[in-house]
Design a protein around this ligand. Sequence first.
Ligand code: FMN
Length: 242
Amino acid sequence: MKSVALYHRSIRRFKPIPVDVATLEAVAQATSSSEFLQSFTMIHITDATLRAKVAKISGSAALNQPNGALFIFVIDTGRDIRLIAPGSDHHHFTNWNAFLAGAFDVTLAAQNVLAAAERAGLGGVMLGSILNDPQQMIDLLHLPRYTFPLLGLMVGVPDEDPQAKPRLPHAVVVGENTYPAADPAAIAAYDHAVAAYYAHRDTGAREESFYSLIQRHLTADQHHRDEIGAILKAQGFDLPQG
Ligand SMILES: Cc1cc2nc3c(=O)[nH]c(=O)nc-3n(C[C@H](O)[C@H](O)[C@H](O)COP(=O)(O)O)c2cc1C
């Protein structure tokens, strides 16, 4: 089976050509939805000042250039809560199950949009980096209670043609009926493939391997993301820790 999905690369530089935003938004709405609650809201950022503020939070290269459409995908169970009778026990819309449903709906809608864009010859990149400052995202977008900005997505006409990043060996990631057996040799070979990719890629070539990427995570400063739990609580989600 042939599939353009096999040739995915994130695209972070776009041509100054508009994309069919209405269709992309309709694609997001057509996505599978957990319990059919459609627990997401999608915000298209068209205001240049707002976009600059999101760029500052994200720091992604995709936002440090002017082109492409920017969408923010928001977990949203508030719409359901506003529909039920005032005073009802709404914990089914604030608990882990509801939160995960929202996270599924956001993630699948965003990926569906990216995949549809890629099928149409466009490109794009996910932006988890909006989580660098979720409270500021909430404030900037005037997000009400029971919502949370989980993921950004840039889509546009590609103005770069990066090499595909090699993926882990099939046997390492895919099991049949049970968890796949560890294969250190396959992972070591993969490490060399990643090192070769980084050494020879057209832009941003550097000394890097899969091991070194993982090692860097051990020391990465992600303390600012420790606040996510408190922000979720303030937004009305009730997510106890075990
Ligand atoms: C949930 C998620 C969040 C991501 N966030 C960012 C981001 O904030 N900035 C960015 O440049 N790329 C981001 N990416 C893109 C990844 O860096 C990229 O998918 C990965 O390096 C593999 O490269 P590829 O997509 O070109 O195959 C994100 C991807 C995912 C799935």
